[in-house]
Ligand binder design. Structure first.
Ligand SMILES: [Ca+2]
Length: 685
């Protein structure tokens, strides 16, 4: 099985994208002429003549704006998207963030959404959610990155296609990173030069998406020499660190450097606005500014907390389409919106029907009131695989609370993920942990997680005080737990099957597969949730599931036992036969439980799986556990590169093996087994 490499982003990190030079002018004002011409003309005239010219010029102004309003019967829509930044880096949203005069000016001419969320904390999953307006775990696009492209749900296209059908000129500049097949007719142009300025008819309405990588995670992949020698514009001592970050010069420097990136982003946002102004299009164009998911200090991108999901969203409302906005300029809205809603909103603003198959709904446009927006108080989040790292998590943010359900709670957040750990601050954090120098909130990152977490995001914005076991919050916990159970069963959520199983069985038509297996998925959710009961209450159902004919039930019974850890030791004898299960992934989960409680050396079973499976996804799943056992059990379960001789290959398998081998990431091309010369390039985020 090979990873598909189409549609990977052409750039990341600090490379600058080409900016328009601003020389072209669409000239929509029939009476426009350059100011210099006006002054030249005035010089040659006497006083009464000058007065006449001035009167004429003034008289033309209302005509000009009137002509514009008539010409543009439908608004243009522009999305300006910055990579990898949560609300926490902009002062407009969070104390201590960067000032952003251009974004703040947009807000003064439009709306600020205090509660806008990506549904996933990583690029390809988030961007696919934007493009499809569907929840990733329902349509098979939840893994970063894809082993197989999911087809679009039957009868549905990526939303810009509907705008294009309705006569819009649609352009993307230029990142796509979709986990679903794009299909025909989505973009008129998608490239580093795509722009509304290239549309064939200047009165044609347009939708333009512009991504900016200056704030991408890669911008923090600097080396020690840079840390020692490059000064940041922002004073590292002025930084307010997150409660969970160790207070070290490197963390302060890294944060200051990202603060600088946000200053750059604001400047770039300003340039796009200026281009629209020069083209005479500004007051016909809705401009969305948002982050493509959270980030990007450690424990943000790739993690389902607020730092991974909560994004800035500001929408500039054009003068000529104020009637499509629910509130006056400068309003801050508290209603919740998430990435599934952005496409439907854009369609609705353009007066285009929103397809019925999508999961999102419009939050702006005709007949949508401020009170309707503010009544929305919920957002669903999903985290699955990030490159080679698995950790299956779902979340519901409802009002001020975020409920997180860790389905593999035994895995610490700090489990190695090569690309993340390229950031020196990540590596330093792990060194401090290994040296036993962390305590409190800073140490949580390397601990196993509880199956459920509940945070009050208002009083604890950095989410370090888990309230799930506090009796005062029992009612909130029960309510949100039910809501999440209802959501994952309702989709239904395909991740209750391991990715290796989905890759082999579901990817022809993930939506149909989900519908056909809806009942089974609901039963798997119930087995997984046995981990939330006191062990004694869960025991009979766990024993029954362990001996079920359904391998997926045996799989989840073992996972629930691993969550219970020592509490489930008394039934380890019942689970032991699963080490010989005829389904490899069930063996894998049994080895995890028995290894966690110290009854066996799990690496023997897990290594055997890596060395026998032909499915590289399954090998990646096993290697995830191998690295967990290697790094988090005080050296009890060591492995070495020579233990492995995998049948399957793939970039993620190579990444794990290289990590085990101590090869710095990214490895040199040709060093890893199965890595194609261009595979390193394909790892771009
Ligand atoms: Ca991104």
């Amino acid at each position: 099985m090979t990873r598909l490499s189409g549609d990977l982003p052409p750039t990341r990190g600090q490379k600058r994208v080409t900016l328009y030079d601003g020389s072209s002018d669409a000239g929509r004002y029939p009476f426009q002429f350059p100011l210099s011409t006006y002054f030249l003309l005035m010089k040659t005239l006497n006083m009464p003549q000058r007065a006449l010219v001035l009167i004429l010029a003034l008289a033309c102004c209302p005509v000009a704006s009137c002509a514009t309003a008539v010409a543009a019967d439908r608004p243009n829509i522009v999305w300006i998207v910055s990579e990898d930044n949560s609300i926490h880096y902009l002062e407009h949203f969070f104390e201590g963030g960067a000032p952003a005069p251009n974004i703040e000016a947009m807000a003064a001419h439009g709306l600020t959404f205090n509660n806008a969320f990506s549904n996933a904390p990583v690029c390809s999953v988030a961007r696919t959610t934007l493009a499809t307006a569907c929840y990733g775990p329902r349509i098979g696009t939840q893994f970063h990155r894809r082993y197989a492209m999911a087809p679009m749900p039957q009868g549905l296209r990526m939303f810009p296609a509907y705008l294009r059908d309705a006569g819009y000129y649609t352009t993307n500049n230029s990142k796509k990173d979709y986990n679903a097949v794009e299909g025909q007719g989505v973009w008129d142009a998608s490239s580093r030069t795509a722009s509304w300025r290239n549309r064939p008819k200047q009165d044609q309405p347009f939708f333009h998406m512009q991504s900016h990588a200056q704030s991408h995670e890669g911008s923090l992949h600097f080396n020690h020499a840079v840390f020692e020698n490059d000064k940041t514009k922002t004073d590292p001592n002025s930084i307010q660190l997150a409660d969970y970050h160790p207070n070290t010069p490197l963390f302060r420097y890294t944060h200051a450097r990202y603060h600088d990136r946000m200053l750059d982003i604001d400047e770039i946002v300003g340039k796009t606005i200026e281009q629209l102004r020069q083209d005479g299009l500004l007051e016909d164009t809705f401009i969305f500014y948002f982050g493509d998911h959270g980030g990007v200090l450690p424990r943000s991108k790739g993690y389902i907390y607020e730092s991974g999901l909560h994004v800035p969203l500001v929408i500039r409302v054009p003068k000529n389409f104020k009637h499509l906005a629910p509130s006056a300029d400068g309003t801050r809205l508290d209603g919740f919106v998430s990435f599934i809603d952005f496409g439907p909103t854009t369609l609705h603003l353009a007066g285009v029907k929103v397809p019925s198959q999508v999961d999102g709904k419009a939050f702006l446009g005709k007949s949508i009131s401020q009170s309707a927006i503010n009544a929305q108080d919920e957002s669903f989040g999903y985290a699955d695989r990030f490159d080679e790292k698995y950790d299956f998590i779902r979340s519901i943010r409802k009002g001020k609370y975020q409920y997180i359900r860790n389905y593999q709670p035994y895995l610490p957040d700090g489990l190695n993920n090569n690309y993340r750990y390229k950031n020196l601050a990540f590596a330093e954090w792990r060194d401090l942990y290994n040296a036993g120098k962390l305590s409190g909130a800073a140490k949580q990152f390397f601990d196993s997680k509880p199956p459920e977490m509940l945070f009050d995001c208002e009083t604890d914005p950095h989410q370090v005080k888990n309230l799930a076991n506090d009796p005062k919050y029992a009612k909130v916990l029960t309510k949100l737990r039910r809501r999440l159970q209802q959501t994952v069963k309702g989709l239904p959520d395909l991740s209750f099957y391991p990715e290796s199983y989905l890759a082999d069985n579901a990817m022809q038509n993930p939506v149909a597969f989900g519908q056909q297996h809806k009942q089974q998925i609901a039963e798997l959710v119930d087995i997984a949730d046995l981990a939330l009961l006191p062990f004694k209450e869960a025991k009979p159902a766990l024993l029954a599931a362990m001996t079920s004919d359904d391998p997926m039930k045996r799989y989840w019974a073992a996972m629930a036992c691993t969550a219970f850890a020592a509490d489930a030791s008394e039934i380890s004898v019942n689970l032991k036969p699963l080490l010989e299960d005829n389904v490899l992934i069930v063996r894998m989960r049994a080895a995890e439980f028995l290894g966690r409680i110290g009854e066996i050396n799990p690496q023997i079973t897990l290594t055997e799986i890596v060395n026998t499976t032909k499915n590289s996804v399954e090998a990646t799943e096993a290697l995830n556990s191998i690295v967990w056992f290697k790094d988090f059990f005080n050296g009890k379960y060591p492995v070495k590169r020579s233990d492995f001789n995998p049948v399957s290959d793939g970039a993620d398998v190579d990444d794990r093996l290289n990590y085990i081998n101590g090869v710095p990431y990214p490895p040199k091309a040709g060093k890893g087994k199965g890595r194609k010369p261009d595979a390193a390039k394909n790892k771009k985020k």
